[in-house]
Design a protein around this ligand. Structure first.
Ligand code: NDP
Length: 606
């Protein structure tokens, strides 16, 4: 593998670990703030227009008051894979309810220039084998992924039955009729025997609570609502010709900004990138997928093999080969190699954690050296260096981000951890200096640490009128991350309390989808009107989860961000946000055996 612009790893022995730990603490402390998640603005009232859908016109329709077999909330990967597996199992009566104007979820909304998957497409894009689609690149770009979502929707007949631009406002279990009643902001009031929830963790955009934000007289938008009418260009990367001669501000330097900066740098008259915390940006090494190679490897069952291999390589498995070979598997290999290199008598948790830290220090030194190797201005290079452990924030991979700062029109405005000071009618203020701009693009991310009910816009009302918020008052409770006692015929499609595999979220969703399809098929075959996790099974699952070592990410020692609740104590409930103690690979094997056994232990069918 060629590794462009990548300096050699720094040997751990040459690193002053104590000095590095001190530097990490200093940089974290600079950024800690008492208001945590409250520093962000919710997009309502005067800010509500930031949520408008710039991509699809709103189409009026009559409210639905009918009945469907399965209603799924959310038309992203979760809804698509679950819908597809249900259809394959002979359950075709699936209605997706989606707040966007089409299918695709995150890929519907995030059409910013340069949007691209960060996990290799061969394992990231679901149902490749079933649809016969060959990804064009190792890391495909957004338009191809969105088109793939639409392809799945067409192939499985999900698109035609979906309700778009529709937000659920009420979900209540009707005990007498043994079905769910679903109400929406479009006046719908229909029922479903089963429901699925796949609303995703990152779907409510947020703005930073910068004083004066509403006074800006120029144009502004959030990256998940890209205004191509204003910028020109398109999601495929055509030049944003309307930005020529414009002064553009980009606020935020997370994974989204890393992908769109090269495009904004190319097309803007002047680009000002306002940085609070630098991302770690490692090598991307993207390449086209050779059709002849793909033909050779795409033998029956190939995608499942690749999925399992990717997960095995990095989440507790024992694969002898690495099919994907990317930044994620490399990260896992480095950590494992360090631990395996320990002498037998040092195979203790303490030494293993130290070895993990050594591997991290080596990698982060290499990533910091990459900034020096690529960015010509030494001061800019210095400011682009990330001072925290790699998994403290979302690791980024890109081969044009750092390079963009070599353009004379592209300026990094580092705020030394403080964030933008103020926004005026004319522009953005940092350290008392006003940067007049025509347009502000907010790459400020999505709500994460807030209540489920607030993000989803509804609460579930289950058996006996109990709400999901009440059931989860002391922390999330589930069986397998999929079923919740007291909420019959409802299925959750998400990673937590399951594999919790964050490097490839779709793998979690695909396994949940197979499981749900098998359960619903079984319920229909045995004429059960209800299926529900027993209290005992839920309790046992939670006890098992809590017996594990906890999360690898989210340490309070990290620089603040959504991985660690902005550096604030998340409270005792957060200890429930974990995965299967034996790791993701073991969870997938366990779930597969559980499903195939046909006994569905822990579920009651009535
Ligand atoms: P993030 O929440 O990761 O980033 C928000 C950015 O805004 C941070 O750099 C943050 O700084 C900055 N910010 C917040 N407040 C201020 C302020 N007052 N002044 C200046 N800067 C400020 O959002 P993203 O949209 O970048 O990414 C969200 C997630 O979406 C990712 O973590 C990833 O999981 C996913 N994603 C995945 C991609 C993929 O797979 N291809 C691509 C893009 C995103 P600070 O760090 O200091 O808080």
């Amino acid at each position: 593998m060629t590794v462009p612009d990548s300096p050699a790893p720094a040997p751990a022995a040459a690193i002053d670990k104590e000095a590095l730990r001190r530097k990490y603490r200093e940089e974290r402390d600079k950024r800690l703030r008492a208001d945590g998640n409250d520093q962000y603005l919710r997009l309502e009232g005067r800010l509500a227009h930031y949520l408008d859908d710039p991509y699809t016109p709103f189409v009026p329709r009559e409210p639905r008051t009918d009945h469907v077999g399965f209603a799924f909330i959310g038309g992203g990967f979760a809804g698509l894979v679950t819908g597809a597996r249900l259809v394959e199992a002979g359950i075709g009566d699936v209605r997706i309810v989606e707040k966007g104007g089409g299918l695709g979820g995150t890929w519907y909304w995030n059409r910013y220039p340069g949007a691209q998957c960060d996990t290799a497409a061969m394992v990231y894009m679901p149902l490749l084998e079933e649809t016969g689609h060959r990804p064009s690149e190792k890391y495909t770009h957004g338009p191809e992924i969105l088109a793939h979502c639409e392809r799945i929707g067409r192939q499985y007949g999900l698109a035609g039955q979906a309700l778009f631009h529709t937000e659920v406002t009420g979900l209540a279990w009707d005990e007498a009729r043994a079905l769910w009643r679903i109400r929406t902001n479009r006046g719908d009031d229909f029922s479903a025997q089963f429901i699925g929830l796949g609303t995703g963790p990152l779907h409510v955009p947020k703005l930073p609570g910068i004083p004066g934000i509403a006074t800006f007289r120029g144009h502004s938008f959030h990256t998940s609502r890209w205004d191509y009418g204003y910028t020109g260009g398109d999601p495929l990367g055509a030049p944003m010709t309307k930005l020529a001669g414009q002064r553009v501000a980009l606020i935020g330097t997370g994974a989204t900004a890393v992908q769109c900066v090269p495009h904004l740098a190319r097309d803007s008259g002047e680009l000002f990138v306002f940085q609070r915390t630098p991302s770690s940006v490692d090598v991307r090494d993207n390449a086209p997928i050779d059709p002849a190679w793909f033909e050779r490897i795409a033998t029956p069952g190939w995608q499942q093999r690749w999925l399992e291999n990717f997960t095995d390589n990095q989440a507790g498995g024992s694969a002898s080969e690495d099919l994907v070979q990317d930044g994620w598997t490399d990260l896992a290999h480095r950590i494992r190699a360090k631990i395996r290199g320990l002498p037998r008598e040092q195979m203790t948790p303490q030494h293993m954690m130290a070895a993990f830290e050594d591997a991290d220090h080596e990698k982060m030194e290499q990533i910091r050296a990459r900034a020096d190797a690529i960015v010509r201005d030494p001061e800019t290079a210095r400011k682009l260096k990330a001072w925290y452990r790699q998994l403290c924030k979302r690791p980024c991979f890109h081969d044009e981000y750092l390079q963009a700062f070599n353009r004379p029109n592209t300026h990094l405005v580092d705020t030394d951890g403080k964030g933008v000071e103020r926004i005026t009618e004319r522009g953005v203020v940092v350290a008392g200096i006003e940067y007049p701009v025509d347009c502000i693009v907010y790459a400020s991310g999505f709500e994460v640490g807030t209540e489920y009910r607030r993000r989803a816009g509804f609460d579930l009302v289950g058996r006996g009128g109990e709400t999901l918020s009440d059931h989860w008052a002391q922390g999330m409770r589930s069986l397998h991350g999929i079923h919740v006692h007291g909420f019959p015929n409802a299925f959750f499609v998400q990673p937590t309390q399951g594999a919790n595999l964050i490097s490839n979220v779709p793998h979690n969703l695909s396994e949940a989808a197979r499981t749900i399809a098998a359960i619903v098929r079984h319920a229909l075959d045995v004429n059960a009107r209800e299926v529900e996790a027993t209290r005992a099974a839920e309790d046992a699952w939670i006890a098992l989860l809590l017996s594990g070592a906890g999360m690898m990410i989210g340490s309070p020692d990290c620089t603040p961000g959504y991985y660690n609740n902005e550096g604030q104590d998340p409270g005792p409930r957060a200890k429930h946000n974990v995965g299967y103690p034996a790791g993701a690979s073991a969870y997938f094997r366990y779930l597969d055996d559980w499903r195939r056994s046909g006994r569905f232990d822990g579920l009651a069918f009535r």
